[in-house]
Design a binder for this molecule. Sequence first.
Ligand code: NAD
Length: 671
Amino acid sequence: MSDPAQMTEQDVADLADRLRAAAAAYYDTDTLAMSDAEYDAGIEQLRIAVAVDPYFAPAVADLLGAVAAGQSAGGDVEHPTMMGSLDKAPTLDALDALVHAIDGPVVVEPKLDGLAIRAVYRRGRLELVATRGDGRSGEDVTDKVRTLALDGLPARLTGADLSVEVRGEVFMADSRFPDAQEARASLGGAPFVNSRNAAAGILRKGDAAYAGLLSFAAYDVSPVADETAAADESYSNRLTLAEHAGVGTARALAPWLAGGAPVTTTTAVRAAVDALAARRAVLGFPIDGIVVKADADVDRARLGSGSRTPRWSVAYKYEAETALTRVVGITTAVGRTGRLAIRVEVAPVFVGGTTITFATGHNVTWMFERDVRVGDTVVIKRANDVIPYIESVVLDERPTDSEPWTAPATDPNGGEWDKSTLLWRSTDPSLSVGALVRYAVSRDALDVEGVGTEIVESLVEQGLVADIADLFGLTVETLTTLPLGEGRTLGSKNAVKIVAELDRAKGAAWNRVITALGIRMTGRTMGRRIAAALPTLDALRAASVETLAGIDGIGPKKAEVIRAGLDDLEARGVLDRLVAAGVHTGTEPDEAASAALPLAGMTVVVSGSVPGYSRTTVAELIEAQGGKASSSVSSTTSLLVSEPSTSSKYVKAAELGVRIVTPEEFLALLG
Ligand SMILES: NC(=O)c1ccc[n+]([C@@H]2O[C@H](COP(=O)([O-])OP(=O)(O)OC[C@H]3O[C@@H](n4cnc5c(N)ncnc54)[C@H](O)[C@@H]3O)[C@@H](O)[C@H]2O)c1
């Protein structure tokens, strides 16, 4: 991005064109040309350029001054008063300034990420719904809204003969997004990019197949001009009226925010900003910031409105969860369970609090649907600590010579893929042997030091190791001469070390032995749960599909896969050979002793780190002390181990009244 103070006329014109194209896509189509953060940064750049040289102002007046960036032509329905936009507070200090200017009660609300509409009720009946359009007039979407049956915008108000106008946001709750995608696919459309885009697309079409998927939340309520209606003196009173009549409101979506009532201090507003940010990931609906507004009509009247925005309200935007970057490569590999893993490597970009270098390619079907190509500019999203993923491809920026990605026709050994599920798998066991063995010796499993990728590959290549039991048959003699490329061998010193490590690993905890078996659908967490339910190898061998299905987190489908994995190990004699090698295979628990342990009967969640422990070892510690380690906070959680923080786990635990201890207190608790 060039320095806004140095921009030439051509720079300004080019940037303005790009932003116009993006706004047109944003407001009028189902595609996205750039991320919101990039759009906002571009607008800010133009703003500075104009401030430095007002000569540029006329050329970008639409982008800086008009609602919907001048991209909407409006519609047949005139708005009685402007449906404007909101000024953005760039800093918390700017928010404070508004609170001081209001100098009276202020309301804080989530800033919903959807699109604005206006709805008129006369004598309790929904009469008219219009889009914001260009702010002066919009399109009549009354019939579409009736067909779509928006949650929070009833066809009839409850009780009252009320005549009232509500303005607010049409949005999609997170839980509806998968249904929307399904409905979209059944209608033959390309997948929605995100939930805002889905809400806009669905309202535009008004197809009955999308009924029940959208919601409405009011952020403005006013009497209808020619009717006698409640002209309360404050916004919050009018909200109460609307809520009682059955209309959804932004306030009601976050009733805990600022204690659900107007506040008067900058401290209270800042606390609300933090509280909403902390819960952003668990709200269940999309927001991009928080809105602060005057509550009393006298304060609103005193401050007045500008041409596009009111002076008694401001929005503060949260850190973006999406960013633009470029795809630099697409790689595939066969994972430990034979699964084809697709990785989209991207140019490093800072988003959601960390630097991202890759995104998941999900599966082959997903890659084809999205048509992600090397060289593409993409919007990458990282929210809620999940693996980053590609939200959309910016087609306008696609290099002309780019080629579609093709899936590998066969597995690396030329075998056919098993395409019976979305995740393609190779059924060639030799392909996953290396990965399986590496997994077995990894830190979360047997934790064998000194056995790196090169050694494992050579062991598999030489035919010395075909499964995990073979590891324990390795001798110093064979290992010493293990070839490692360029004529090198492992040597006796390393060989002695590895054999000693493997000897130690024979005594590994039972849950780690289970993990090391590398059965599909199991990993370190499942290894612990299975070990807790089936404390010995005999119990594991005898476990029926039903028994496995009853274990926490398994269920009938996974149970079948796990049982098949056990049968396969049995058939190849792996389990017998592990016993013969003297590997630890579990012990019957002593019920009385377990009940006396400090964490007996408790469900414990750890957020952040505990000094001296990894994620796996801390979970093992909890279970060794009689507790159950869990990763999410719920009403059944007995204890949260965490430093004080604004993380969603901490906030939720505090809200539920779950006992919270610091990592140090936790360790002290266990003596
Ligand atoms: N990605 C893109 O290409 C692209 C293009 C154009 C615009 N945009 C996004 O749109 C923004 C500008 O558009 P805008 O003027 O429509 O919206 P805005 O972000 O300036 O905010 C105003 C809107 O917020 C909504 N809102 C949600 N909750 C509210 C609440 N509680 N109280 C009051 N209003 C509430 C209303 O619909 C209102 O019209 C940009 O900042 C950018 O993020 C993105």
